[in-house]
Design a protein around this ligand. Structure first.
Ligand code: BG6
Length: 493
């Protein structure tokens, strides 16, 4: 049975950076899908803002191209393109120049409407933008601001951004987006852990041996080299997406789904991570950088070629081991790894349970493997529980591991919405549960900064790995030293 999504209230959404890549590739297609599903009222408005001097018609043409791609050859969706474009407008504006701001403010003067300002620009202009919004009194009433990562490069710069945005908007109006929290399987982790009696009693160090979180990408840095080279995988992926996933796995049950109840619990996890610094970074972290190789799509250039430079110490791969030092998790390693130009695009969380304490089966029945719960975020979203089962037929009690396998697409017969679809509507609804609070972002940086510092002061740079492989061999050693291996679904068969 499909559940009809409820329409949201009428809103004005302003996208600063409205001509940019994120707006065209993610935000506008996400809004289009929600519109086509009947969730966005016809008199809502979506207003692109950028410095480029184009008019609303030209902007609508660009939006049309972007969403036509999203509609693909689905005829029902194609019919919705023109009605959606009626919502779309454009204002050319420069945050550092007065021109146009009065007209823009006039256009948004209906303070009874929900007003959303999506800052999809470089953080360097967040301060100017917020200041403009305040000057024109657009920050109050039912206004909300959405900020995208990167929220800083370290704790200090994150605090500066948070101070600047916080000087204009109240924390309850600030939506710090981490699109991983909008992914269906991540939300499903809440459903799985707290909507079933089955898992929670086992969810602790007495029953869980270790946890792995992998976010692997096949693509390289492409045209984003100039940003990426100032960030690297630790800042770009671990500080936000991977740590947020870790929090969802490790947090205590919140008292409710209320935003602060959930965020309080995640914050406690971040504050309980065991520190990695100069003393132990060499042992607990591995960083890598891809060199030329081959992926499934053919020959792939190295990072330096993608970057167009002959030297860089930026990591495109990280693997690390940490622990959540609290009563529930002490002694359970959390292995995290992420990288670009790896063999497959796969994001998953693997919870490995402890082995059975004693086997009643004879030697010939094969090794008894530990249970594993695998939450697949992408592609093929789903949940697999690996259990031991009797191999059918006579010939004794031979055991083999087999997966109880639930694919969301098959179970629910619906296409999984993009993370931004859920998150954008949550902003309209004013629901902050899936957005990061200031103290969370800063706690994550407080844990990341000493790792960055250890790397910067180390005489060693990132280890090179061939594009299309699973990163430097040291990342395999990181986990194998502990007598464990990185999960590979194919090895389980
Ligand atoms: C972004 C990173 O936040 O997430 C990118 O900046 C990365 O480098 C992307 O490619 C991955 O997102 P997804 O949803 O494709 O897994």
């Amino acid at each position: 049975m499909s559940v009809q999504a409820k329409p949201v209230e009428v809103f004005d959404l302003v996208i600063f950076g409205g001509t940019g890549d994120l707006a065209m590739r993610k935000l506008l297609p996400a809004l289009f899908h929600r519109f086509a599903d009947g969730q966005i009222p016809d008199d809502s408005r979506i207003i692109g803002v950028a410095r480029e001097e184009i008019d609303s018609d030209e902007y609508a043409k660009r939006v049309k191209d972007a969403i036509k791609q999203a509609a693909g050859d689905n005829k029902d969706l194609a019919k919705q393109v023109d009605p959606f474009l009626k919502l779309v407008g454009y204002h050319p504006l420069d945050a550092t120049v007065d021109k146009g701001w009065n007209e823009f403010a006039e256009d948004l003067s209906d303070a009874k409407r929900i007003r959303i300002f999506y800052l999809s620009t470089s953080p360097s202009i967040f301060v100017d933008l917020c200041e403009r919004l305040r000057q024109h009194n657009l920050h109050c009433g039912r206004s909300r601001v959405v900020i995208e990562k990167p929220i800083g490069k370290n704790l200090e710069s994150a605090q500066r951004i948070n101070d600047a945005v916080g000087a204009v908007f109240d924390e309850s109006q600030i939506f710090r987006i981490d699109h991983y929290l909008g992914k269906e399987t991540v939300q499903n982790l809440l459903a799985l852990r707290f909507g079933n009696a089955l898992f929670e009693p086992l969810w602790n160090s007495a029953h869980i041996d270790h946890v792995q979180i992998t976010v692997a990408e096949t693509l390289g840095v492409g045209t984003r080299g100039s940003y990426y080279d100032t960030a690297g995988a630790l800042r770009d992926m671990v500080q936000n997406h991977l740590l947020q996933l870790l929090c969802m796995v490790a947090m205590e049950p919140p008292a409710s789904l209320d935003a602060d109840a959930v965020r309080d619990e995640k914050l406690k996890v971040l504050r309980s991570l065991t520190p990695i610094d100069n003393e132990n970074a060499g042992k607990l972290t591995v960083r890598g950088q891809y060199r030329a190789g081959a992926t499934r799509d053919g020959a792939a250039p190295g990072y330096l070629e993608d970057l167009g430079d002959d030297h860089s110490n930026t990591e495109t791969f990280v693997a690390l081991k940490t622990e959540v030092a609290n009563w529930r998790w002490a002694g359970v390693p959390f292995y995290l790894r992420t990288g670009k130009r790896l063999p497959e695009r796969v994001s998953e969380i693997v919870v490995s349970f402890r082995c059975i304490p004693h086997s009643i089966f004879e030697n010939g029945s094969g090794p008894i493997a530990a249970n594993k719960l695998v939450l697949r975020l992408q592609p093929d979203e789903g949940v697999k529980l690996w259990v031991m089962s009797k191999y059918p037929g006579p010939g004794g009690l031979r055991l083999q591991r087999v997966a109880l396998d639930m694919s969301f697409a098959e179970a629910f017969g619906v296409q999984q919405p993009d993370a931004y679809e859920r998150l954008l509507l949550d902003v309209v609804r004013g629901n902050l549960t899936l957005f990061m609070r200031r103290d969370e972002v800063e706690a994550a940086w407080s844990w990341i900064d000493p790792i960055l510092n250890a790397w910067q002061t180390s005489s060693e740079g990132p280890k090179s790995y061939v594009a299309g492989t699973w990163g430097p061999s040291a990342s395999v050693a990181l986990i194998e030293r502990d007598g464990r291996t990185w999960h590979d679904d194919e090895d389980e068969q």
